[in-house]
Design a protein around this ligand. Sequence first.
Ligand code: 13P
Ligand code: ZN
Length: 270
Amino acid sequence: MKNILESSFFKKMRDIIYGMYHHGWDERNGGNVSLLVTDEELEGYIDKNVVIRTIPFDFCAEKLAGKYFLVTSSGKYFRNVVCSPETTLGLIRIAKDGHHAELLWGFEDGGVFTSEFPSHMKCHMQRLEVDPENRVIMHCHPTNILAMNCVHELDEISITRDMWKMGTECIVVFPEGIGVLPWMLCGTNEIGDATSEKMKEYRLVIWGMHGIYACGKNLDEAFGLIETLEKAAEIYMLTSTQKRINTITDDQLRLLANFFKVNYKKGVID
Ligand code: 13P
Ligand code: ZN
């Protein structure tokens, strides 16, 4: 068997998580990531017949049966993913019954997947219907998005509009806008259902007074979405106590959308 730590999917996951930590998005154990790994990518790295243990969960993920995920461990620090990947990450397969995860690698100190596993798996199920190439669900606590939550109404239309106006690239990067949920109890099936519902339409979903969820075809896409929104929120916060004398106008946003041929959310600047 080849060393899974040397696989390209594993190295990418480690590097992205390191980047998330260094952006200040993941204090202590804050945040979680799940990456759908294909059969082909795992070939030669893992004996798929050796299940270390099974971990139950109380929702149905039958649609994901047989699929493999590299996922962060609950309560573990993102800061330690580089030095201790075997305890901070696990490779699981969703069992046939859709109610168990089969652990194939990792979670070495007896750990389990993130407490946000319902949100991750429900969002994977939803996004695969919208985009069969979706592979990543990412959650974290970026400082400026959270600061903005304290001063901005938690409303999808006005947040989308204000964020599009904070940076020229924003309407191009997230033309569908930003989904927003009110504060909800985290770690539950309910917040998972609400987040996955939003992900029918959005790749970015704000969890009010908690953080952000993003998805993507790969780790770069999910990371880049959060990075762009976090930059917009930073500019919003840096200018929130100043008199704003310049803005990107609605006409300029339309010009951008037409030039870059993006289908932007209607009802925001119309
Ligand atoms: P976990 O450590 O269980 O992943 O929880 C972190 C978190 O951000 C909860 O929302
Ligand atoms: Zn969180």
